[in-house]
Design a binder for this molecule. Structure first.
Ligand SMILES: Cc1cc2nc3c(=O)[nH]c(=O)nc-3n(C[C@H](O)[C@H](O)[C@H](O)COP(=O)(O)OP(=O)(O)OC[C@H]3O[C@@H](n4cnc5c(N)ncnc54)[C@H](O)[C@@H]3O)c2cc1C
Length: 394
């Protein structure tokens, strides 16, 4: 592992910290610490403006190549940025799907024309994206996608339904995995289409979640259209592109996420000290375990990120998702146990939750999205342990 911070990196860290502090205690003070899970609807206009400010200042797309409009930063620099962002209480990003998933996919698989059209507005913080993979009968079994598209002149026309689409109601574009060969089955005959969200053929129905908010929606396509050129990779090759996108899900921002976890753990420890929970022998053990888990996660993430395997899933990457999601879900339970009776009381009517209550409830979903724990274990069994493949539908 070669991740070291030299004096120049530390100077960079100070520059980032200064810039964030200036912005988040000045014009953007209201968004500080806002927009995380369960709070995703907060201050949308202000956070859209924040995305643009990040873009103007060159703080988006840090790992993209310079020729694609990114900063071409080393892993160390990206890590420093995300750590400082979390430390400063930078708001939940609205542009993370475009920046972290669609952008790298277009860079890896897209045409020059697609790069010119789609990358700059992401880097400027202007266009927001959502991910249209899951359907009512295609979640873990994603190859069962039934949404279909066919060419009508020089446009694709889509029919079908997606579900659990995070940020759909706020997005300008969606990357949609759909079936363009009506005779095809499973992984074959799928295409990866880029579809504008603001059009008559799309209906978005937000789903109210246990947090009381709607981070995701159902999305219905009924004659939705997109230009023939908006297919990434060749028609019929969508599976390969879709899997490429998933490999980008575990980028350097993982380390910023861990800094957020650390902030949460610190907050829980302070509550435990203040309300006496820290004297409970079992809770003390669990707090210490949480800290150990966080350290393990950090080392594993650094090992994962310092590999240069491109779109291949490394052994560290296989461990990372299941480990952080399970750890965070346990942290949610620990937070509630440390709060004790107070955990049962709402902050306000009708359903206003404290940040720890929101965290507890949202973490229930983390072992499901981006590949459930069971699916992660299947991947590890097959790819890391070499066990026989589990039986699959033909
Ligand atoms: C908060 C949140 C945000 C999301 N955002 C998006 C998004 O933006 N875009 C998008 O496309 N999707 C999104 N999803 C959907 C997510 O990808 C799916 O929920 C996930 O893939 C699981 O699919 P499913 O819900 O259909 O459950 P199923 O696949 O039906 O699974 C149900 C249960 O069966 C288990 N199971 C399934 N297959 C196997 C197997 N082969 N072996 C062992 N156990 C198995 C699962 O682990 C799970 O416990 C989101 C989900 C959540 C919770």
């Amino acid at each position: 592992m070669h991740l070291r911070f030299d004096e120049e990196d530390e100077a960079f860290r100070r520059e980032v910290a200064r810039w964030l502090e200036e912005q988040l205690s000045g014009e953007f003070a209201s968004v500080r610490g806002r927009g995380g899970p369960g709070d995703e609807h907060a201050l949308l206009e202000e956070r859209r403006a924040w995305e643009k400010r990040l873009g103007e200042a060159g703080w988006t797309c840090l790992g993209w190549p310079v020729e694609c409009g990114g900063r071409g930063f080393s892993l160390a620099r990206q890590t420093l940025f995300y750590e400082e962002y979390a430390r400063a209480g930078g708001p939940g990003r609205l542009g993370h799907i475009g920046e972290g998933l669609l952008g790298p996919t277009v860079i890896a698989f897209g045409t020059e024309e697609q790069k010119e059209r789609f990358l700059p507005p992401i880097a400027r913080g202007e266009e927001l994206w959502c991910q249209g993979y899951s359907e009512p009968n295609a979640g873990s079994d994603l190859a069962n996608v039934q949404t279909r598209a066919e060419l009508d002149g020089n446009q694709w026309v889509l029919h079908g339904q997606k579900v659990w689409t995070s940020w759909a109601q706020w997005s300008d574009w969606c990357f949609v995995l759909c079936r363009t060969d009506p005779e095809s089955q499973r992984h074959a005959g799928l295409s990866y289409l880029l579809v504008p969200m603001n059009q008559a053929g799309i209906e978005i129905r937000p789903i109210v979640q246990i947090t009381g908010t709607s981070e995701f929606s159902e999305v219905f396509f009924d004659g939705a259209r997109t230009d023939e050129r908006n297919v990434v990779g060749a028609p019929g090759q969508g599976w390969k592109v879709a899997m490429g996108t998933l490999a980008f899900e575990r980028g350097a921002s993982t380390l910023g996420q861990q800094h957020n976890f650390q902030n949460e753990l610190q907050h829980i420890i302070e509550i435990a000290k203040a309300n006496g929970a820290s004297r409970d022998p079992v809770l003390r053990q669990r707090l210490a375990d949480a800290w150990i888990g966080l350290e393990i996660m950090r080392y594993n993430a650094l090992r994962m990120l310092s590999r240069e395997d491109g779109t291949e899933l490394s052994p560290e990457a296989m461990i990372t998702k299941i480990y952080w999601a399970t750890w965070h879900r346990e942290l949610g339970k620990l937070a509630m146990d440390v709060l004790g009776d107070e955990a049962e009381i709402l902050e306000g009517a009708p359903y206003e939750l404290s940040s720890l209550q929101r965290m507890y409830l949202f973490t229930r979903s983390e072992t499901i999205y981006a590949g459930s724990n069971q699916i992660q274990r299947n991947i590890i069994s097959e790819r890391a342990l070499g066990l026989p493949r589990e039986p699959r539908p033909q």
